[in-house]
Design a protein around this ligand. Structure first.
Ligand SMILES: Nc1ncnc2c1ncn2[C@@H]1O[C@H](COP(=O)(O)OP(=O)(O)OP(=O)(O)O)[C@@H](O)[C@H]1O
Length: 261
């Protein structure tokens, strides 16, 4: 499911956050969004999800203007994994995932066998089926993050927006989740995810969107976009981008740390 953002601007009252943002995410593509704290990444996501009303510009979801979609239609098209999440669900993990299957149910009807199967399949895909009958409020923050990712998969939306999905995960779960997300994009989904780790973009993104001061600073392949100059300037630290494995992957190194050794 494609997403196209055209000349998007958004302000919280008089505080202008996004300015003339344009980019497109085609089907089967994973776009990584980079940018320092507070530049407007979550605000951009909230606009695409229809949670921030009153934006200027146009957001097209699979060619349809977001403003014309009902809440149910939006839920069918786009699922969301928020950055931080106060656990409001006093339910079993399975029920939290099942709630995401509601967009294909009629009003007031309960999930049936098909929805339960889908919820289990999503938990298995993320490798957390053992948590199915645990209380959501009694699992760790990282485990809750994994449940939200399973929930987004169970929703079967064609676009997933992830706000720093691996921020609470340990190294192993980070790698597993990013690989799974990569695979979902290969299967045809459009995925937009923010990260504070530019190294991840090289391995797991098709394109990198760099937001700076509410504007698009760069948009293109990670190799073209994530340069020593850009990362150093963006985060105000001296960074050198080095290549590994015959340039199949690159890593960012804070050079002062190396020089002081
Ligand atoms: N509800 C709100 N009302 C007013 N200002 C807000 C609101 N939410 C965010 N902001 C402001 O808008 C700007 C962009 O915030 P946003 O959360 O989009 O940044 P971000 O790039 O996602 O940051 P981070 O990387 O720290 O999560 C910030 O200056 C923030 O203080």
């Amino acid at each position: 499911m494609s997403i196209e953002v055209r000349n998007l601007s958004f302000a919280y009252g008089s505080h202008e956050v996004l300015r003339d943002v344009s980019f497109a995410v085609p089907d089967a593509a994973l776009v990584g969004v980079l940018g320092p704290n507070g530049v407007g990444k979550s605000t951009l996501f909230r606009c695409i999800l229809g949670l921030n009303q009153g934006y200027r510009g146009t957001i097209l979801v699979n060619g349809q203007d977001l403003r014309r979609l009902s809440v149910r239609e939006r839920a069918r098209e786009v699922s969301y994994i928020p950055q931080s999440h106060a656990p409001v669900y006093d339910y079993e993990v399975l029920d939290v995932v099942l709630m995401a299957t509601g967009s294909d149910l009629k009003m007031l009807s309960n999930p049936g066998k098909a929805q339960v199967k889908r919820a289990y399949a999503a938990l298995e895909r993320i490798g957390i089926e053992r948590l199915a009958h645990r209380a959501y409020t009694q699992i760790s923050g990282g485990e809750q993050q994994l449940v939200l990712i399973a929930r987004a998969i169970a929703q079967q939306a064609q676009t997933i927006i992830m706000d720093e999905p691996t921020s609470a995960l340990d190294y192993g779960n980070t790698v597993r989740v990013l690989s799974c997300v990569r695979q979902l994009a290969r299967e045809g989904l459009s995925i937009i995810q923010s990260t504070h780790n530019p190294d991840q973009a090289f391995l797991y993104s098709d394109k990198t969107l760099v937001i700076d001061g509410g504007r698009v600073r760069a948009f293109g392949s990670p190799h073209d976009t994530i340069t020593s100059e850009l990362i150093s300037d963006l985060y105000a630290v001296d960074v050198e981008v080095n290549s590994l494995y015959g340039d199949k992957v690159r890593v960012c190194v804070p050079v002062r740390e190396v020089q002081s050794r």
